[in-house]
Design a protein around this ligand. Structure first.
Ligand code: ZN
Ligand code: ZN
Length: 170
């Protein structure tokens, strides 16, 4: 029986997004094989391949390997440093083709919901001008696909519920 995953408030369903997968691999931090392993990026000096979600949640993985799992360089000034620290060091990240980045809203980190294709983006029409403002042509957006060469990364504000996204091409 596998135990319940830790709760990540900025990445509520890491199994659903594919950043955590079921696996019997051992965690390089705790040596346990708790049934799940992190499959997102780790930015560390030394290569680290297998970490369990519990060591990420506890911060022990980030501490032992001086690792970060996400990029939050664009955090607005009104986001507390402890929030940025939680996102980059104690939250599972996600892989993109280009440098991935976390999104923020209402002075807090947004929760990452996963990759999104055009159907999802179109169901939140406020996302279209956001993506166009980032330089995407509106007539290219219907090509967005979770398994194609143009994908959106979907977030939701934890306070006002607004959906946020950015797009990435291979
Ligand atoms: Zn571990
Ligand atoms: Zn908001």
């Amino acid at each position: 029986m596998s135990q319940e995953l830790p709760h990540f408030r900025y990445h509520p369903d890491p199994l659903g997004t594919g950043s955590v997968v079921t696996s019997d691999e051992e965690c390089e931090r705790c040596g346990e094989a708790p049934g799940y392993v992190y499959r997102g990026p780790s930015y560390a000096v030394d290569e680290v391949e297998s970490l369990c979600p519990w060591c990420i949640a506890a911060g022990s993985a980030a501490e032992e390997f001086d690792a970060e799992f996400a990029t939050a360089d664009e955090a607005p000034d009104n986001v507390p440093a402890r929030v940025v620290e939680e996102i980059v060091r104690r939250t599972p990240g996600f892989a993109g083709w280009q440098q991935e980045r976390w999104l923020f809203h209402c002075g807090d980190g947004a929760e990452f919901l996963g990759r999104a294709g055009w159907d999802t983006v179109a169901s939140h029409p406020e996302l279209v001008p956001t993506l166009v403002a980032e330089g995407w042509r509106e007539d290219a957006l219907p090509r967005l696909s979770v398994d194609g060469d143009l994908v959106a990364y979907l977030f939701r504000c934890r306070h006002c519920g607004a959906h946020l996204a950015y797009a990435d091409a291979s």
